[in-house]
Design a protein around this ligand. Structure first.
Ligand SMILES: Cc1cc2nc3c(=O)[nH]c(=O)nc-3n(C[C@H](O)[C@H](O)[C@H](O)COP(=O)(O)OP(=O)(O)OC[C@H]3O[C@@H](n4cnc5c(N)ncnc54)[C@H](O)[C@@H]3O)c2cc1C
Ligand code: HEM
Length: 407
């Protein structure tokens, strides 16, 4: 595992000293550096923005902040190995990269453009040869940790490095009453039966301007024939934010018989340990990994004690509501609590009005907690759990947007 590799590699004291001294300066200019970096990289390699990176994230700056925060966190660990090792951070990035087919030969592209950006923003008189050499070392220690981790993930998935894409045919499409579109995708000659609950795939579609855009979708289920089931909720326009590009396009254009690119599954949510109590907490479309965990429990460990907590705007917007209830009937030790901000059904057994709250919810000692929703929801519930004394190691978060805070 790469964490061990990174643990073994230390910065030489002279590099550590320079990195410590310049971290605040890099930190103070990190947004400018990353903006300049992406501008240069996409100028030199426009195909990366068209066909690999998520241009919605680029427009919003979310991914830029995620990359910047990850390097700063990693550098902080290197100069102070007493701090917790950022294994969780590397794992999340490594799985994301693997699900996009990132390969070792692409790391020099990021390196060269990033370092050119650092010089452009801070000036050559600040970025002396010594400063550049120290940060070069940080970059390559982190890059090598990721390259090794990604290689291990490719080996574990039984594919050559970066060879993750498959052509998948849509074998069924169901329009959920919530607006989510359930697609079942089959890949000729491939069964995805050994994926783990909570994993995701990247789906690639060609947009009207010819760009191939990729997005991640959690597996809701893997059905008997080895086909993948995904639930895609179109992101609507809100205020001055345009509608989501890929989710809206898929909902409007992808039907039975159509072909899309799909990757083999990745994702580091741990598989639930049989017998230990589970708590599944989701909001909105963040329900998808929870449904896959419930599908897994229904067939593999139906006696597991499980508390399901879900938040949504209303029963109309609650994705996979019917399937969630069906699965709970197959789990004799499961309970369900739902919070609707706005719903006449509030008042039914287990249905509460307003926002999800953990007040009055028992959190059994040692329970494994899975959490998924938008960043604000995950952040708020996670801190509540920590306040209630839950060990951070027992809380497994999935985020549907780039992680610029958990790092
Ligand atoms: C691990 C993982 C699992 C996921 N699982 C699921 C799942 O099971 N189901 C599901 O539906 N989704 C899932 N997602 C989310 C999914 O990958 C997409 O992010 C989602 O479908 C939105 O993609 P989009 O192309 O429609 O939106 P994008 O075009 O990427 O837009 C995203 C946001 O950016 C804003 N934006 C875009 N362009 C601009 C601009 N120029 N200016 C300002 N704002 C802009 C949009 O308004 C929108 O709010 C998952 C994500 C991850 C990382
Ligand atoms: C040391 C070098 C690198 C670091 C520190 C890094 C860091 C990150 C981080 C933090 C994320 C966001 C993960 C999340 O979703 O939370 C990310 C995503 C991503 N990375 Fe990297 N990365 C590196 C190298 C590369 C390389 C070489 C490529 C390929 C050219 C690449 C392509 C991507 C892509 C395409 C995404 C997803 C972006 C999106 O969909 O918005 N990265 N990376």
């Amino acid at each position: 595992m790469t964490a061990t590799t990174a643990d073994q590699i230390e910065l030489e004291p002279r590099h550590a000293e320079i990195v410590s001294a310049t971290l605040p300066l890099i930190g103070a200019h990190i947004d400018e550096i990353t903006a300049e970096f992406y501008r240069r990289m996409f100028g030199n390699h426009p195909e990366l923005l068209r066909n690999l990176f998520n241009r919605g994230n680029q427009a919003q700056g979310a991914q830029q902040r995620a990359l910047a925060a990850s390097i700063a966190t990693f550098a902080t660990h290197l100069v102070d190995p007493e701090l917790p090792h950022p294994a969780e951070l590397l794992s999340r990035i490594g799985h994301k990269h693997a699900s996009l087919g990132v390969t070792a030969d692409q790391y020099p592209i990021v390196h060269d453009n990033l370092f050119a950006a650092i010089v452009a923003v801070l000036g050559a008189e600040v970025v002396t040869d010594e400063v550049a050499a120290a940060w070069d070392r940080v970059y390559w220690i982190m890059a090598q940790a990721l390259i090794d981790l990604e290689h291990d993930l490719y080996v574990a998935a039984g594919v050559s490095d970066g060879e993750v894409y498959r052509r998948a045919r849509v074998v069924s499409r169901v329009d959920d009453p919530s607006g989510a579109v359930l697609l079942t995708l089959g890949v000729a000659g491939e069964r995805f039966s050994d994926s783990s609950p909570g994993q995701y795939v990247s789906v690639g579609v060609t947009m009207p301007d010819g760009a191939r855009q990729l997005r991640q979708y959690s597996l809701v289920d893997v059905v008997a024939g080895g086909e993948l089931v995904l639930a895609i909720k179109p992101v609507g326009a809100a205020g001055d934010q345009p509608a989501g590009e890929v989710s809206s396009w898929i909902a409007a254009n992808v039907f039975v018989g159509d072909v899309v690119d799909v990757t083999v599954p990745f994702g580091d949510l741990p598989a639930p340990a049989g017998g230990r109590p589970l708590i599944l907490i989701s909001a909105g479309i963040g329900i998808t990994p929870m449904i896959s965990i419930l599908e897994f429990l229904a067939t593999q460990a139906p006696n597991t004690p499980v508390q399901v907590l879900h938040a949504d705007h209303s029963d109309q917007s609650h994705p996979l509501r019917q399937r969630q209830r069906e699965l709970l009937t197959q789990l004799p030790h499961a309970t369900l609590d739902i919070w609707y901000e706005d719903s006449p059904t509030a008042g039914q057994a287990g249905v509460h009005p307003g926002f999800l709250t953990l007040d009055g919810i028992e959190l059994p000692e040692g329970a494994q907690i899975y959490l998924c929703g938008n960043n604000g929801f995950v952040q708020a519930v996670r801190s509540k759990l920590v306040t209630r004394g839950v060990a951070a190691a027992h809380v497994h978060c999935e985020l549907f947007s780039p992680n610029d805070w958990l790092v």
